[in-house]
Ligand binder design. Structure first.
Ligand code: ATP
Ligand code: MG
Length: 216
């Protein structure tokens, strides 16, 4: 059955497109994957795909777009033969985010590791609570620009669970040039020479599959 993964966050620049492209790029090596860019006209995922296509690396992966929530619902139905659908969302509280929360089997909420970003994430929780009335939403925080072993990072994980009732993935993405470069080159962290980025992306994919109950 198709597994739908939504990457949502109302705060701009949190790392939605980075998480989306890394997941889509890696999952496409394991199953038919569709990346749907719901953040137009910016279209970061769409641009990433275009560069990837030029590099001849799009086997298993297709791109699509959705400009509003109705179109998104139709597109997800249309791609029901895919193994994975990854949804890159816009940075606003909008119908689109609500639709993604309902459509997705798993929602990831990227948060840069700072208190300000965590506070801004509170807004998403209201949407999750609303969406929970329609369908139980399976959501997890994912730390981006993470600095392990800092007091800040550890404190924020506890705060997120206590205040936001939102669990964080064990996998996280550190603050790495490799991710910035990968985004511009149509690649993922796993394709880069940075072994830490490679490990992080593999762990992210494995944890996502575990949460989606995809057999290894
Ligand atoms: N873990 C990371 N390490 C280093 N740079 C990162 C990391 N995650 C994201 N970035 C960089 O931060 C910028 C914003 O990331 P990204 O485009 O993924 O966020 P977004 O939430 O999709 O933003 P937007 O609101 O513009 O759609 C990009 O330049 C990206 O390369
Ligand atoms: Mg984006």
């Amino acid at each position: 059955m198709t597994k739908v993964i939504g990457i949502v966050q109302v705060k701009g620049g949190a790392g939605r497109s980075t998480v989306s492209t890394n997941l889509a790029g890696e999952l496409s090596k394991q199953g038919r994957t569709v990346l749907i860019d719901c953040d137009l006209p910016q279209g970061t995922s769409q641009s990433w795909y275009a560069v990837r296509q030029e590099a001849g690396k799009t086997a298993g992966l297709t791109i699509d777009t959705a400009t509003n929530h109705r179109e998104l619902v139709a597109k997800v139905e249309q791609h029901a033969d895919a193994d994975y659908i990854v949804l890159d969302s816009p940075p606003r509280i909008a119908e689109m985010t609500r639709a993604i929360l309902i459509l997705a089997d798993l929602c990831l909420v990227p948060v840069g590791t700072s208190a300000a970003e965590l506070w801004a994430t509170g807004d998403i929780l209201e949407l999750v609570k609303e969406a929970n009335k329609v369908k139980r939403v399976n959501a997890r925080l994912v730390w981006t620009r993470y600095r392990p072993n800092t007091k800040l990072a550890q404190g924020l994980t506890q705060e997120a669970e206590k205040e936001l009732h939102l669990r964080a993935l064990n996998a996280s993405m550190g603050m790495r040039v490799a991710y910035m470069e990968a985004l511009g080159e149509g690649l993922t962290g796993a394709d880069m020479h940075d072994p830490s980025a490679r490990d992080e992306v593999r762990q992210l994919v494995e944890e996502v599959k575990l949460l989606l109950k995809v057999k290894p």
